[in-house]
Design a binder for this molecule. Structure first.
Ligand code: CA
Length: 489
């Protein structure tokens, strides 16, 4: 069988619960849903380290972050190591990447293994972004999500039609600063987005680590995040200051009239609306552009021979637990959306709750291309699962580790294990010399959640005697997984 084409579309921070094919209560994503309807939706896809650069490095290498060298945002990717695009390129594939790279620029960190690349420096800009390529840098006029798609389709137009291709279309959106395009600027105007059940979470029955995290909707947004006028004496990147006493307290949108508040709950809900609407407006532009790619494949008779994947580098808190951002091993952040179509092989409209990881993507690409994976690549090919068959002995637990102790959003480093029924998290309380960490110790603490009876992870049962046996077996499983992952730190 000829080698299939691969179109890998990845957005940045797009949580599965903001996709209608995953049952979103807050938005519609008709084009991303097309992929799920044409192929498979995976309901238990998780990342091994919930932040941008590490997840990207895992996908490129098929190795855990402690082995590919990008454990934190302070690490730079060493492109001299083996990567999936390099292997595909050596085996006859045309390869390209457009959009978010976020693994460092210059030296050994610029993209390798790609015939052609045009990427954003760092996080990149939403409007008129500067982009880097092997030819140097250039400003592209327009909106970043459209531009990344334009570049992708232009590259497909000029490709050699006799050879297979792998296209990585990596959107910057819907990453912070959540800046919509003109087309979607007024979407959701005059309506209220449903509130998440846990928006007013008080973090009782949880770790100190959860209480300590500074990613709260109520207090940890910047004026710039929510496009609010910055009060005198403040900067746009100052935290929005909400006083205890709300007498005469108001906030003013940059393009609107001041809103006056009389109670704290109302402030939090208003801030949530400001946040989630811009986030979903950015998602809407991604969805339109996914539609453009699917239409292109249809119009050019490529759909049959092309595997199309839509995913995001990790999940995101959409006001869940009163938070934005990611990093924690909690469900909203840990879970990745993953929909895949390949009409030749994947039954339309199928879905699976088998536990899969971003660590598996590398071997999956190579399996479809008929190329043996290197011995030291971790993870497993998802190809049988996408056909509806979970191999005997497939994993029923996964290993997670977040390394950046206290540096961003004051989130403590932790590692843990998730099974289908439970989750055990260990906050080990040390920077351990990790780059991008703050060298301050915090108390060591554990969390155990019963995911079947407490899917929102509101009650830590680590010290509950009823869970003693679960706690013991999960502690052993965590040790086993850590060794299996070759994480000895
Ligand atoms: Ca991200």
């Amino acid at each position: 069988m000829p080698q299939p084409n691969i179109v890998f579309i990845m957005s940045d921070d797009h949580a599965a619960h903001a996709m209608s094919c995953y049952g979103s209560r807050i938005n519609e994503t008709p084009n991303i849903d097309r992929i799920a309807h044409n192929g498979a939706r995976l309901d238990n896809c998780f990342c091994t380290n919930s932040i941008c650069a590490p997840s990207r490095a895992v996908i490129l290498t098929g190795k855990h972050t402690h082995l590919n060298g990008v454990r934190t945002l302070a690490d730079r990717f060493d492109g001299r190591q083996e990567t999936v695009p390099k292997i595909l390129q050596r085996n006859g594939y045309q390869t390209a990447i457009f959009g978010k790279w976020h693994l460092g620029e210059g030296g050994n960190s610029s993209p390798t293994g790609f015939d052609h690349w045009v990427v954003l420096p760092g996080q990149g800009d939403y409007h008129d972004p500067l982009m880097l390529s092997s030819d140097g840098e250039k400003v592209y006029e327009g909106y970043v999500t459209d531009i990344v798609t334009d570049l992708s389709l232009q590259w497909l137009d000029q490709r050699d039609q006799e050879r297979p291709f792998m296209l990585m279309c990596h959107h910057k959106a819907p990453h912070r600063w959540w800046e919509p395009d003109d087309k979607h600027m007024h979407l959701y105007e005059g309506e209220d987005i449903p509130l998440p059940d846990t928006l007013h979470d008080d973090y009782s029955h949880r770790s100190e680590a959860a209480k300590r995290a500074k990613m709260r909707v109520s207090s940890d947004f910047f004026y710039r995040d929510l496009k609010l006028k910055t009060p005198e004496g403040h900067e746009p990147t100052d935290f929005i200051h909400v006083p205890e006493d709300l007498t005469d307290f108001s906030l003013c949108p940059i393009d609107g009239e001041p809103v006056t508040f009389t109670d704290h709950k109302a402030v939090v809900e208003w801030l949530y609306q400001r946040y989630i609407k811009d986030y979903l407006r950015c998602v809407a532009a991604i969805d339109d552009n996914v539609g453009r790619v699917l239409d292109y494949l249809d119009e050019n008779n490529l759909t049959e021979d092309t595997i199309v994947i839509y995913t995001s580098d990790q999940g995101f808190f959409l006001g869940d637990h009163g938070w934005y951002d990611k990093r924690f091993m909690y469900e909203e952040s840990l879970r990745m959306p993953l929909v895949v179509q390949y009409p030749k092989e994947i039954p339309a409209g199928s879905f699976s709750d088998t536990m899969v990881l971003n660590l598996d993507f590398g071997k999956t690409f190579l399996d479809y291309a008929g190329i043996a994976a290197p011995q030291d690549m971790q993870g497993h090919s998802l190809r049988p699962i996408l056909c509806g068959e979970t191999p005997a002995g497939w994993r029923t637990s996964m290993y997670y580790r977040y390394w950046m102790h206290l540096s961003h959003h004051n989130v403590a480093a932790h590692y843990g294990v998730r099974t289908h029924e439970h989750k055990l998290i260990y906050y080990y309380g040390e920077a351990m010399g990790t780059s991008g960490s703050v060298d301050v110790s915090t108390p060591k603490e554990w969390e155990l959640f019963d995911l079947e009876n407490d899917p929102q992870e509101l009650r830590n049962v680590y010290d509950d005697p009823d869970y003693a046996a679960v706690r013991e077996s999960l502690t052993k499983e965590l040790e086993r997984l850590k060794k299996e992952a070759l994480d000895f730190q």
